[in-house]
Design a protein around this ligand. Structure first.
Ligand SMILES: [Fe+2]
Length: 310
């Protein structure tokens, strides 16, 4: 497995490289710089007069949870955020008519001892496919300020396609949607099901640190973790995901070696060209019929009711 920097290949090959467990770092995209600039403006406004990287020195965890709990949904659902994501996808050359994306999520990681639950939860070793992501999911991760080795995230590439003991059997996408309604209220205690590896100790993990303006692409099947933040600075990053509709139909994607979760996140994705969702008949054929009372998506309405990020 390799880390490709500014890989210049046709879109089909790019996805195949990711499905095979490689990482791809793209550093020359105007649209990524635009997204960083936009997000910095938002954070500067949100924390004024404080420097966003040091805001936690002035704002108590409970107050921070409140501030983020109302800002995150507005960022996620704004038309500007959607437009910027679609511009990145187009600039990379993924075909708009076949590519579906989900909304960009701003992530905040505060220094150890500050807010680390609920809206600022630090993920243990996990794969996104343990959270009902499809095998075709590609994750796009971009730091807003300088990412550091002591506040970023880490990969265990050799375990990309090797099963590890994990708690993904506790996770159901639809049940999780229902539970998320209360997440923003969690300041000191974590209540949602958060699948993770059980006792995983990587021999040699890899930290990739894109500069602000660069974006890191990786398969949703990659085993990765948040690094506990001991940098003294808050870390802000944004991530979103894409799925290629043709690969989904063809069953072409990353290997799923140990995902035991139920339900699917596929209904969260929208087509880049026309904003449409995947056809429900296709979803049911590929993933099976959901229970009749399932909360299929965590929509904007639910997000606003809970003050949480959808
Ligand atoms: Fe993840």
């Amino acid at each position: 497995m390799a880390v490709f920097v500014d890989l210049d290949v046709p879109a089909d090959e790019l996805r195949e490289k990711l499905y095979a467990g490689n990482l791809v770092l793209l550093t020359r995209l105007r649209s990524v710089s635009d997204f960083v600039e936009y997000t910095r403006e938002q954070l500067t406004e949100l924390f004024r007069p404080y420097d966003p990287e040091h805001a936690h020195e002035h704002i108590e965890p409970a107050q921070m949870a409140k501030i983020l709990g109302s800002w995150k949904p507005s960022f996620i659902h704004s038309d500007i955020s959607k437009k910027l994501v679609c511009e990145i996808i187009r600039e990379v050359g993924l075909p708009a008519e076949h590519t579906h994306y989900d909304l960009p999520k701003p992530r905040t990681s505060f220094p150890v001892g500050h807010l680390t639950t609920g809206v600022a939860f630090a993920f243990p070793w996990h794969r996104d496919v343990w959270y009902s992501a499809p095998a075709q999911q590609i994750n796009w991760w971009l730091p807003i300020y300088t990412a550091r080795e002591d506040n970023s995230m880490s990969f265990d590439l050799p375990f990309f396609d090797k099963a590890v003991p994990n708690s993904s059997d506790t996770f159901d996408y639809y049940r999780n949607n229902a539970q998320r309604l209360t997440t923003a209220k969690q300041v000191t205690r974590e209540e949602q099901a958060r699948p993770g590896a059980l006792g995983h100790k990587p021999a040699d993990d890899l930290v990739v640190l894109p500069a602000p303006g660069a974006v890191l692409l990786f398969s949703g099947a990659q085993l990765h973790t948040s690094i506990p933040n001991t940098s003294g600075r808050a870390r802000y990053s944004v991530d979103f995901r894409t799925v290629d509709a043709r690969d989904l139909v063809a069953g072409k994607g990353a290997p799923l070696v140990d995902a035991l979760c139920t339900g699917t996140a596929i209904r969260d994705f929208r087509n880049v060209a026309d904003g449409s969702a995947f056809d429900e008949e296709l979803v049911t054929r590929l993933f099976g019929p959901p229970p009749s009372d399932a909360l299929l998506v965590f929509s904007r309405d639910e997000a606003e009711r809970s003050g949480q990020s959808a």
